[in-house]
Design a protein around this ligand. Structure first.
Ligand SMILES: Cc1cc2nc3c(=O)[nH]c(=O)nc-3n(C[C@H](O)[C@H](O)[C@H](O)COP(=O)(O)OP(=O)(O)OC[C@H]3O[C@@H](n4cnc5c(N)ncnc54)[C@H](O)[C@@H]3O)c2cc1C
Length: 412
């Protein structure tokens, strides 16, 4: 019998994980990407945290009061490209609406639902590849140096309520875990079950190679348009067309260009983020450390110490902002002595919806098209579970999850 053909646009962590779970169900899969997997996308440059605890969203009542001060501070975690502000206004208005306590709790509940399954879903993919030395089980630590615990009290309380495991740390406990961090901190929290990647790009490529080994096809192509041959989706570049039975759009922050073509208005924006490396400095810490007030983190990786941070609203076309790089350098030096010149200045695009839930599910207008994008700060953690959900949706298998909260229909 002829196999059902599925095209997936975007071979980032979402696209590759969907492909691998769909292969388990014996579909014929073709992945499309304009770049080589593992090269430059968010799935390459992220902080490498597998963060099953991170269900408290950024849409929360207390954040609105903090935003003006954050924007005015040149070394704070938040930045704007002023030329992009007019385009951002509709997204910001939707975001503000989602900052009510009720909407925050809705997001926390449904992020927790999938985050809780994120690591077991990866286990199903990782057992088929050799990841020696690439995933560490040493937890993730957050520290802060202000004594105003109001927003953290809120976070800790919600995490307790939804059952996300956490351990509050005093100064001595922080020092015992990470003795090289300067003692500027006031307190911290430790997420013992979290893991980290020593090289997200390499893990992504290993998953991709497994997809090819199992008979998957990859075409390097910039997908420019979509249309339909009866109900069958057709992927088009400037010169070629490919017809499929089903289609998955997994283009991260770039997905909106294609969903607009399907006559669906989904308010996807990007939160731009940056990384740099301090070569040969990964031995300075044993696990990811996030400095919460300044909104940046450091992860020990194969490339050295990766310093990651910033939420910059500025769209997909603006160039990298040099002052954000400088900010990362200064922040890292605030926490660690003896850092050399940094290397590898990288800008990446987190795909974010204003309610901080991803879109996972069928398109509103076309029954053979499915979406998996909008995983914001957690797309690396959520790759495998989102792929597993997509594979179950496409094969009409029941799950015992509530999936409506991830539907794009919430924006109709
Ligand atoms: C600075 C930073 C730090 C982060 N840290 C973490 C972390 O520690 N933990 C965590 O869980 N998450 C983290 N994230 C978030 C995570 O990296 C992203 O949510 C995730 O990688 C998104 O994956 P994706 O597959 O949806 O998109 P992407 O990785 O962006 O992949 C999309 C792919 O689609 C392709 N594409 C786009 N348009 C087209 C087209 N028209 N035709 C063909 N191909 C196309 C692109 O080339 C790209 O390869 C971080 C993100 C950033 C930026």
């Amino acid at each position: 019998m002829k196999k059902i053909r599925i095209g997936i646009i975007g071979s980032g962590i979402q696209g590759v994980c969907s492909a691998l779970f769909l292969q388990k169900k014996d579909y014929e899969i073709t992945l499309f990407d304009r770049e080589e997997p593992g090269s430059s996308a968010a799935s390459y440059g992220n902080a490498g945290h597998f963060s099953p605890y991170a269900s408290i969203p950024l849409n929360r009542p207390d954040i609105l009061a903090d935003v003006p001060a954050m924007l005015l501070s040149s070394n704070g975690p938040l930045a704007l490209k002023w030329n992009y502000v007019p385009k951002m206004i509709p997204w910001f208005l939707k975001f503000i609406k989602n900052c009510s306590k009720k909407n925050m709790m809705h997001t926390a509940k449904y992020m927790h639902q999938i985050l809780d399954l994120a690591l077991p879903a990866y286990d199903e993919l990782f057992e088929e590849i050799d990841l020696s030395g690439l995933v560490e089980n040493k937890g993730i630590m957050y520290i802060w140096n202000d004594q105003n615990l109001k927003s953290r009290e809120l976070e800790n309380k919600i995490r307790d309520e939804i059952g996300a495991e956490q351990q509050l740390l005093n100064k001595k406990e922080i020092h015992d875990l990470e003795p090289n961090i300067k003692k500027i901190y006031h307190a911290g929290v430790f997420y013992k079950k979290a893991k980290h990647a020593r090289n997200p790009g390499k893990i992504w490529v290993k998953l991709f190679e497994n997809f090819l080994k199992k008979g998957g096809k990859f075409l390097k192509l910039n997908v420019q348009d979509l249309n339909f041959d009866n109900d069958s989706p057709v992927i088009r570049s400037e010169t070629q067309r490919f017809v499929f039975d089903k289609l998955v759009i997994a283009c991260g922050a770039f997905s909106k260009k294609l969903t607009d073509k399907l006559h669906e208005s989904i308010p996807l924006e990007t939160e731009r983020g940056y990384h740099i490396h301090f070569k040969d400095c990964d031995h300075l810490i044993s696990r990811p450390v996030v400095f919460q007030n300044k909104g940046f983190g450091m992860t020990p990786m194969e490339q050295g110490l990766r310093v990651v941070g910033t939420v910059e609203f500025g769209g997909l076309k603006n160039q990298l902002t040099k002052s954000r790089i400088k900010n990362l350098v200064n922040n890292a030096k605030f926490l660690l002595d003896g850092l050399p010149e940094h290397e590898d200045e990288w800008l990446g695009f987190r795909p974010t919806l204003p309610d901080y839930l991803p879109v996972i599910g069928p398109s509103k207008n076309y029954k053979n098209v499915f979406y998996s994008f909008g995983h914001h700060h957690l797309g690396w953690t959520l790759g495998a579970i989102s792929g597993k959900i997509i594979s179950k949706m496409i094969s009409n298998e029941k799950t015992n999850l509530a999936l409506d909260p991830y539907s794009s229909l919430r924006f109709s």
